[in-house]
Write a protein that binds this ligand. Structure first.
Ligand code: ZN
Ligand code: FE
Length: 265
């Protein structure tokens, strides 16, 4: 459990299931509280009662069970509303408010902007707080990796990751899984001469040995060490086995396919 206070938005990271992270967002000024991608209800309800908070919103990045599993139970227990993107083939249980690119979600005095980031699923979205330098990306971008293609295309995901390059580089990336060690093992195979990556992996192993999360990271860390954001790098192109002039989206497609086949060790 880790508490991160950024001005007036308190973010509580709740590890659940095997490797999921659920985030409680508490706007300190007003007491308004939201939860991002609740997989299971009990740990969320425990945190709410421990902290004396009332849940007003569920924010869903996409429809997968490990992100929406607690929607109906939390709605029944708290009367909160569910915010996500409506899509007939990617149904979010209990959805009340459908959002699209650019919509603003208000949580007390805090505002989160909706970014459409398709690829992992066709209708995946993220929630970005510029003021609190935080983005909740679900399964789009992971620390040292990216989501698998389970609905969207490689081109979709490539373009979604490019979109994140427009955010301030100090933005904290709150992804929904602790996959950093295995992602890093793959990253080292395609970017073995990257010293920042080697150094980061040392820190990742140490943190995991202490049982600490390696999430959030910053966008600038990801730009320096995440191969899926470095498809313009000649050494990564060489590792993928493509020509120097191969378009980045094709490098990305092949890199994603290599990761699908990768077995560490
Ligand atoms: Zn997912
Ligand atoms: Fe997931």
């Amino acid at each position: 459990m880790k508490d991160i206070t950024l001005s007036s938005l308190e973010i509580v990271q709740i590890p659940v299931l095997r490797d999921n992270y659920v985030y409680l967002l508490h706007d300190v000024a007003t007491g308004s509280t939201a939860v991002v991608d609740p997989s299971v209800p009990e740990p969320v309800l425990d945190q709410l009662s421990e902290r004396g908070l009332t849940l007003s919103l569920i924010l869903n990045t996409h429809h997968h069970g490990d992100h929406v599993g607690a929607n109906l139970a939390l709605k029944a227990a708290t009367g909160c509303s569910v915010v996500g993107k409506a899509a007939p083939e990617e149904t979010i249980p209990g959805l009340d408010l459908s959002v699209v690119e650019g919509d603003l979600v208000t949580l007390g005095a805090s505002t989160l902007r909706v970014l459409e980031l398709p690829g992992h699923t066709r209708h995946h979205i993220a929630f970005w707080s510029k003021a609190h330098r935080s983005v909740f990306v679900g399964d789009t971008l992971f620390a040292l990796g990216c989501g698998r293609l389970l609905g969207g295309s490689a081109l979709d995901l490539f373009q979604s990751l490019q979109k994140l390059k427009d955010l301030p580089s100090e933005t904290l990336v709150y992804c929904a899984h602790e996959y950093t060690q295995s992602n890093g093992a793959f990253a080292l195979t395609v970017d073995p001469r990257n010293e920042a990556l080697a150094l980061r992996m040392q820190g990742v192993h140490e943190a995991r040995e202490r049982g600490q999360p390696t999430v959030p990271s910053t966008l600038s860390q990801e730009f320096a060490t995440n191969p899926f954001l470095r498809t313009d790098d000649p050494l990564i192109k060489a590792a993928v086995g493509v020509m120097e002039e191969t378009p980045e989206e094709e490098v990305f497609r092949q890199l994603r396919a290599m990761k699908d086949d990768f077995k560490a060790g």
